[in-house]
Design a protein around this ligand. Sequence first.
Ligand code: SF4
Ligand code: SF4
Length: 282
Amino acid sequence: MEKAASYRFDLTRYTWLRRLLTSRWPQFILRAITLAGFVLVILTGFIGSPVGSRNFAVMFVWIAWWSALKLIMLPFGGRAWCSICPIPMPGEWLQQGWLVKPGGKMFNLGLRWPRRLRNTWLQSAGFAAIGLFSALTLTTPVVTAWIFVGLIVVAVAVSVIFEQRSFCRYLCPMGGFIGLYATMAPLELRPQPGLTPVEKGAAAREWPRGCPWINNPAALKANANCGLCLECLRTESGANMALNVRSFDAELGQPGAFRLDEAFLSLGLLGSVMIYSAVFQG
Ligand code: SF4
Ligand code: SF4
């Protein structure tokens, strides 16, 4: 039986909201705040109390942030966290040669990510590796600090060598599972319905260069790989894009929406829930 059309409401029909979203400054300020928190976490991880339950880094990251991410940001905002995440910031500054928007000398080889690795297997492996040592991470603050230092060093290195946000798209250990959750989120960035072939053609020429997540937004049908960075709203064809609220099941049942690597990631997440429940609750 054919699935009934899902509910969608275009938030960007409100001019004031579209203006707010197309300005880079509000997003930059939020990202600057999360970057300051990120630096604080690294510092307190290295020089704070060595006892996990008394250390800001452990309590903030693995209790406060992790809970907020799983209970609020992912279910209601999908990749909303990725839109203000500080981890890719230094790499982006090098890529665009400026802090807020492209404008300076770029430090980037711009290589394409290897075709065989364009999937979520590496992300799943990274997530599993962090999960495997979670008992150590939760009790030893310096491990949390090193994880964060490692993430930012790898993100910068990947940004210098590869194009756009290849790190987020193919390597970030959180990126894979956030993308999976985002498929059921009630928020999406999509092309306006009813774009003419001419408008789609123009968008296709403009957007692959402009989308940091290496999508063609004019053809975007799924949330998994859209980091809600809002850059497509800021292009000349930005009026053809919309930020919609939608029903939670809007993406379920879409043909071709799920892949083998994503299916394995889902099984891995389910397995980790069962293992953690058994280990931590006896
Ligand atoms: S994919 Fe990872 S590094 Fe990239 S924005 Fe999302 S959480 Fe941050
Ligand atoms: S440019 Fe648009 S389609 Fe690309 S990641 Fe950002 S919000 Fe998503």
